[in-house]
Design a protein around this ligand. Structure first.
Ligand code: BTN
Length: 266
């Protein structure tokens, strides 16, 4: 891939601007700098390889060359800094693109708040970061990483949740850049309806582990066990805990895993 070819491939989408790199540290970091330097709304940074990719909770995100998608979309005029909602926007777009590509083989779901899973393994992650100038929100950087081919899947022992890739789940080769196009198309679609009842319904419909018992870990605190009930109107995760109390969890330091199906978990 190169800048001109990607530009041609994405020409039918109303992107603000586009920068493609063979290798970068992190597309989110580049997008942040570009946003500060005046990038337009819907400017896109995409890379074949990342050498310092970042995930939530300061985790590393590996993007080896030729096997994954790593990109960051700059969203301006966002109005509010609801990072959880932007995270959902990314995850929902990935789910839609994957599910449309492969009915009924691949059922991609959202492992709240920011992972996309299929066959009980993670195949994509979303890192939404708000950018501020003093008190003013200037942009949201929506970073998405998708494992497409097997070299992008780290060994289980390096992970706190098992991973897979799109090609393994589909059992067929996938054109990364066509997939990027499909994800961006769904991102642009849902961005228009961000916060609408339809958006919330689609988000809820893609939520993994509905009705299942899960453990939620908070950094520096004991884990909470609860049954997944769904989402609140603002996208918090609704659980019923062991005492029968309702809990509504906001994003941040959470890590959801099912208590059943232990074999697939570390
Ligand atoms: C996670 O699962 O914790 C989120 C992973 C997000 C990775 C993507 S890859 C593109 C963008 N650049 C980064 O450094 N991170 C995001």
């Amino acid at each position: 891939m190169d800048q001109a070819s990607l530009q041609t491939l994405l020409a039918d989408l109303p992107l603000g601007s586009l920068r493609y790199f063979a290798t970068v540290g992190s597309t989110n970091d580049l997008a942040k700098c570009w946003a500060e330097a005046g990038a337009p709304d819907l400017a896109l940074v995409a890379a074949d390889e990342q050498t310092a990719g970042r995930g939530r909770l300061n985790r590393r995100w590996i993007t080896p060359p030729g096997s994954a998608l790593a990109f960051s979309l700059i969203l301006k005029d966002t109005g509010e800094a609801d990072v959880l909602r932007y995270t959902a926007l990314g995850a929902l777009a990935v789910c839609d693109a994957l599910n449309a590509a492969s009915p009924p083989v691949l059922l991609a779901q959202i492992k709240w708040p920011n992972d996309v899973i299929a066959t009980q393994r993670k195949l994509a992650g979303v890192l939404a970061e708000a950018q501020w100038q003093g008190e003013k929100l200037t942009a949201v950087i929506l970073g998405i990483g998708i494992n497409v081919a097997s070299p992008s899947v780290p060994p289980d022992e390096q992970l706190n949740y098992p991973a897979t890739c799109v090609e393994a789940v589909l059992e067929s080769p996938v054109d990364r850049w066509e997939l990027l196009h499909a994800v961006l198309e769904r991102l642009l679609f849902w961005r228009e309806g961000l916060g609408t009842p339809e958006f919330l319904m689609a988000w809820g419909a893609r939520l993994a582990f509905q009705g299942e018992w899960v453990q939620v870990s908070f950094e520096g605190q004991p884990p909470l066990e609860g049954q997944v009930l769904g989402l609140t109107a603002d996208g918090r995760l609704r659980l019923r805990d062991r005492q029968g109390e309702l809990q509504e969890l906001h994003g941040g330091e959470l890590n959801v895993r099912p208590l059943s199906g232990v074999k697939t978990l570390e």
